[in-house]
Write a protein that binds this ligand. Structure first.
Ligand code: 13P
Ligand code: SF4
Length: 314
């Protein structure tokens, strides 16, 4: 894109953002965004955060409408937690491939194999899977959630990498599920070693969805909010960022005096990128696409989410 095209884009985005602001007021709506959405989307959001803080923001909001700039399971969680609100996902097929790696039926079969195990499900899962689970967790609280459970055995779905990370911090027997997030699973151990050789003073901050061999190289293993906080807290001047590239770009803008290196140029969540300013505008104009979880599935899934929020200090 040349300079003139970029100026045109900024002007167009400005006009769309103005209209979004007006419609938000008219509809009594808020926009919640995950850190992996596009920069211009995060700029119109009322709150940007990790999966745990987004759940809390949904519960705490007084708005009647929540536009979720994120993926389907996030909008579902908001609907489960806040049935009185209308939850809109601007692009209906913005999904999470990892969440699709476990179904309620397959989980029921696994439960039959391990009748004494409790089920912990990562929030990156469908409402139906949450309804089959005892408690949910996010990347920010997975270790605490697992250790809060009385059962000695745990079925952990769907992320094998987060589950393996948790198993290092508990004496419980964890049955892992073979799910993974392609964005983090493809971050390569050898690439990290090369980056560490080139930048020996850099702290390597990795998301727990990365493979165990990558996590072994990390100075800190953190959720997306945890990575933001560590950069703020740390005295270091250089960081290798082991998560989706939008967080790296955000950190670079926020801390121009520090140096950041992406763990992989290919760590992009295309589903999060489906959410554009235009799709948010259409969503508010046409009140689409509504995500609603109801009936028994909602009730059961809410128990698993509420239990997580209780132990996470909400
Ligand atoms: P957190 O933002 O909770 O760390 O999760 C990352 C993620 O992959 C969300 O889809
Ligand atoms: Fe799913 Fe990975 Fe994208 Fe998160 S980053 S929404 S886990 S595919």
């Amino acid at each position: 894109m040349d300079r003139n095209e970029r100026i045109m884009e900024i002007m167009e985005n400005g006009l769309i953002a103005e209209e979004i602001k007006r419609l938000k007021k008219e509809r009594n709506a808020i926009i919640l965004s995950h850190f992996y959405t596009r920069r211009e989307v995060q700029e119109v959001a009322d709150f940007v955060g990790d999966s745990l803080s987004l759940c809390r923001a949904a519960v705490d909001s007084k708005a009647e409408v929540i536009v979720f700039a994120g993926v389907h399971f996030m909008a579902e969680s908001a609907s489960i937690l806040c049935p009185e609100k209308r939850v809109l996902l601007p692009v209906p097929d913005a999904g999470c491939p990892m969440a699709d790696m476990v179904t309620a039926k397959a989980l029921r079969e696994e439960k039959e194999k391990h009748p004494d195990a409790a089920v912990v499900c990562y929030v990156n899962s469908s409402a139906a899977v949450k309804a089959e689970s005892d408690i949910c967790c996010t990347s920010a609280n997975a270790v605490n959630v697992v250790n809060s459970i009385e059962n000695r055995e745990i079925i952990f779905v769907p992320d094998q990498n987060l589950g393996a990370f948790v198993s290092l911090h508990t004496d419980k027997k964890i049955h892992l599920w073979p799910g993974f997030c392609h964005v983090h699973h493809n971050i390569d151990e050898e690439e990290i070693k090369k980056l560490q050789d080139m930048h020996p003073d850099a702290e390597f901050l990795a998301h727990p969805e990365c493979r165990p061999e990558v996590l072994r190289l990390a100075d800190h293993i953190l959720s997306t909010t945890g990575i933001m906080k560590e950069v703020e807290r740390s005295g270091a001047g250089e960081f290798i960022i082991g998560t989706e590239k939008e967080l790296y770009a955000k950190l670079k803008r926020k801390y121009p005096d520090k140096k950041f290196y992406p763990a992989s140029g290919k760590a992009v969540c295309y589903n999060m990128k489906k959410i554009t300013l235009e799709s948010i505008l259409n969503s508010l104009r046409n009140m689409e696409y509504e995500v609603r979880v109801s009936g028994q599935v909602r009730e059961k899934a809410k128990k698993a989410l509420d239990r997580m929020l209780e132990i996470s200090g909400n």
